[in-house]
Design a protein around this ligand. Structure first.
Ligand code: MG
Ligand code: NI
Length: 473
């Protein structure tokens, strides 16, 4: 029996991948386990809807903005108010800032070392520091782009993100003219950076063919919010499902009635549930969410440069759905471009300086669902409250949960292709990690646990004996 340990660091949260060999020496089963739960849903019982945006923003140190906005939306539904136009735009602006910073973090800091330095490069150098050495301009551009997204968020929510900037009924404060001017000044550079990086990615595609073919490349459903006219959405809209041909399987679904079309299966070996599309059953009803799904689901991006990029993305699959999860990276970059174009539009919109940003009301509904598209995918907060707005029951579904079945399928596909013999090699570990990382999972969010923990890969023989193990801490 061999035991080798190697640290894994570039994933948020923690997880365990187990590979089970059959008698024929091939991979019989591959599982991506998520092994810690903090019971956030239970913990929030007894709190009020006014406290929830701030509390849920603490579910995760990576995605506070996403939970803040989603919780405020669930609160809007319980107050049964129409959020003022300016507040709606300001929340959207913050979400777009979150797309830029979160996607930039994922691409530049976590994934580009693999893409640009190579999957078999020295692990000591295949990181953001190695990237700074080999591609200093690109690494610095990545840092600047992420900082721009953070500036958008801070201009609205304050330096440390006021935990209750978004509240049921609206937001606490508009953008100041000074903050808007500062964001406008930084906008052209951010636009230049993302266009350079998209060109760089498009040139790299030819050299990543083996990974594109095996990193979660399979037919499936895709789910996302789209606007009423089918345009790409990040905050409002209705749920659409498309299949691998980009045929619309279901459209105009009310996100507040998600439980009618999304089931949540439970497996004893993971704390993370396995959502599936009910019509197709479990586990056949596997669907993917997030950047790849949003680009496959929408009819258009709705801004000029992002629409040109979408046309090139579509050409990869002759207009059908792009089915390789490797291209989450491509979709993520195109979404940064779309987000920046929309940020540019908002910065010229006088509404964002309006002080009419909050609708006040009491408890008018005893149930409310908040849904929006977080950078990682569809995020859902479902609250049941009493007459005083105190939570009696809640359900959260996070993007990493929606992608759980797809991540498991991805791990199996990579293991089948890259496992050679009876050892978890460095090359296999890198690709398993890279395959998971394409989804940009937030395990902190999905198990509602705080902090970073390692990912471990274990290989078991036909009789259940541990043959090999690797992890990074
Ligand atoms: Mg849940
Ligand atoms: Ni998170």
């Amino acid at each position: 029996m061999k035991k080798v340990k190697i640290p894994v660091t570039r994933i948020e949260g923690h997880g365990l991948i187990t590979l089970q060999l059959g008698d024929d020496g091939r991979v019989k089963e591959a599982r991506f386990h998520v092994t810690e739960a903090r019971g956030f849903e239970r913990f929030c019982q007894g709190r009020t809807i006014w406290e929830m945006p701030a509390i849920t923003a603490r579910i995760c140190g990576i995605c506070p903005v996403s939970h803040l906005l989603c919780s405020a939306k669930a609160g809007d539904a319980i107050l049964a108010v129409r959020v003022p136009k300016a507040a709606d735009k300001l929340r959207r602006l913050m979400n777009l800032g979150q797309y830029v910073q979160s996607h930039a973090l994922s691409f530049f800091h976590l994934s580009s070392p693999d893409l640009l330095l190579g999957w078999d490069a020295d692990p000591g150098k295949r990181n953001v520091f190695g990237l700074l050495e080999a591609e200093p301009k690109l690494a610095l551009d990545g840092i600047r782009l992420r900082a721009y997204g953070q500036e958008v968020i801070e201009a609205l929510g304050g330096r440390k993100i006021h935990p209750a900037w978004a509240v049921p009924g609206g937001v606490r404060s508009p953008l100041t003219p000074e903050a808007r001017d500062k964001l406008a000044a930084g906008h052209p550079e951010a636009m230049r950076i993302i266009q350079d990086v998209i060109s760089l990615y498009e040139k790299g595609i030819a050299s990543w063919q083996e990974e594109i073919a095996t990193f979660g490349n399979f037919p499936s459903l895709f789910m996302a919010l789209v606007a009423e006219d089918g345009t790409w959405e990040h905050y409002g809209g209705r749920i659409r499902f498309v299949d691998e041909e980009r045929n619309v399987v279901a459209d105009g679904l009310d996100p507040a009635r998600y439980y009618e079309y999304i089931g949540e299966a439970v497996e004893g070996w993971s704390y993370l549930k396995f959502p599936y599309y009910r019509d197709q059953g479990y586990p056949q009803g596997l669907y993917r969410v997030g950047p790849l799904a949003r680009l496959n689901c929408c009819d258009r991006m709705g801004t000029p440069l992002a629409d040109e990029a979408l046309a090139r993305f579509r050409a990869l699959a002759d207009g059908k759905a792009v089915t390789s999860s490797f291209h989450y990276h491509y979709a993520r970059l195109i979404e940064i471009l779309a987000a920046l174009e929309r940020i540019g539009q908002y910065l010229e919109d006088p509404d964002i300086l309006s002080s009419r940003v909050r609708a006040e009301a009491g408890i008018n509904e005893l149930e409310g669902v908040g849904v929006h598209e977080a950078p990682r995918g569809t995020l859902l907060h479902h609250y049941h409250v009493d007459e005083n707005g105190v939570l009696v029951k809640l359900n959260l579904i996070v993007s990493t949960g929606h992608n759980n079945l797809a991540m498991n399928r991805t791990v199996a596909q990579i293991a089948e292709h890259f496992l050679d013999g009876r050892e978890v090699t460095e090359g296999l570990l890198n690709r398993l990690e890279g395959g998971i990382r394409a989804y940009d999972p937030c395990l902190s969010c999905s198990v509602h646990a705080v902090g970073r923990m390692p990912l471990k890969v274990q290989l078991f023989g036909p009789d259940g004996e541990l043959l090999s193990e690797r992890s990074r801490t």
